[in-house]
Design a protein around this ligand. Structure first.
Ligand SMILES: [Zn+2]
Length: 233
């Protein structure tokens, strides 16, 4: 189930959904019961996901400036260095006190800045993906849940993860800059949706069973979520 803002109005006769900047707003008449509304919304999940994916592709992630040449990976600061080499690749050097990520691109590349950023994005994608895959395995065992059918990483503006009827999970690439215990919360949240595709009381009970501090984690995401960016001043 996806997150949405519900706006009820006396004058409204029908239910409508609007997806703008990846945020879902639902307009409904006063009288419609929440349960009824959510089951209707569930039937619209695919359509909503298509809209959000379209809008995420319109986001130009390459506009992130490489200020100070630092990036946050799982709450750790990583210093970036840039090099020209005979092929494009990255190298992570875990040194005390600072970890360094060396981004190397071919000297023949035309748009070098863009190439460095693409390489950085690939690196971050891989870091997050391997962490999530490992933790999904762990939690599926703990929760006695079958593995999801797929796991994808995408850049979203306003959601941390999603889950649908086909057991496909997605996670926001920006999570790579969050502490791992916060990523774990998002994983447990989405895995709990495999059983309950809503935010009902049984759903939250299942979340709390495997992630007791979930309230603290949601608070953290509310407070720090908007500042999660790979590169900062
Ligand atoms: Zn949810």
């Amino acid at each position: 189930m996806f997150e949405y803002t519900l706006k009820r109005s006396r004058r409204r006769k029908t239910v409508a959904i609007k997806v703008h900047q990846q945020a879902v707003t639902v307009y409904a008449p006063i009288g419609v019961a929440k349960k009824e509304l959510e089951s209707w919304l569930l039937s619209k999940t695919d359509w909503i996901n298509v809209q959000i994916t379209k809008q995420s592709q319109q986001l130009d992630t390459r506009q992130y400036p490489l200020k100070n040449n630092r990036v946050v990976v799982f709450d750790d600061v990583v210093q970036l260095t840039f090099a020209v080499s005979n092929r494009s690749h990255w190298l992570l050097v875990k040194n005390q006190p600072v970890t360094t990520l060396q981004l190397s691109i071919s000297g023949r590349v035309k748009h070098q800045q863009l190439m460095y950023q693409t390489l950085l994005e690939t690196f971050l994608h891989e870091q997050l993906e391997s962490y999530i895959e490992m933790r999904v395995n762990d939690y599926c065992l703990k929760m006695a849940e079958a593995l999801p059918s797929s796991i994808r990483i995408q850049t979203y503006k306003r959601r941390w993860g999603s889950c649908n009827r086909r057991r496909e999970l997605t996670f926001n690439l920006l999570l790579v800059s969050a502490p791992q215990y916060i990523i774990d919360y998002v994983i447990v949240h989405e895995l709990a949706h495999l059983k309950y595709l809503n935010h009902s009381a049984p759903f939250w009970l299942r979340v709390s069973e495997f992630y007791p501090n979930y309230k603290q984690a949601t608070k953290w995401l509310k407070q720090h979520g908007s500042s999660l960016q790979w590169v900062f001043d």
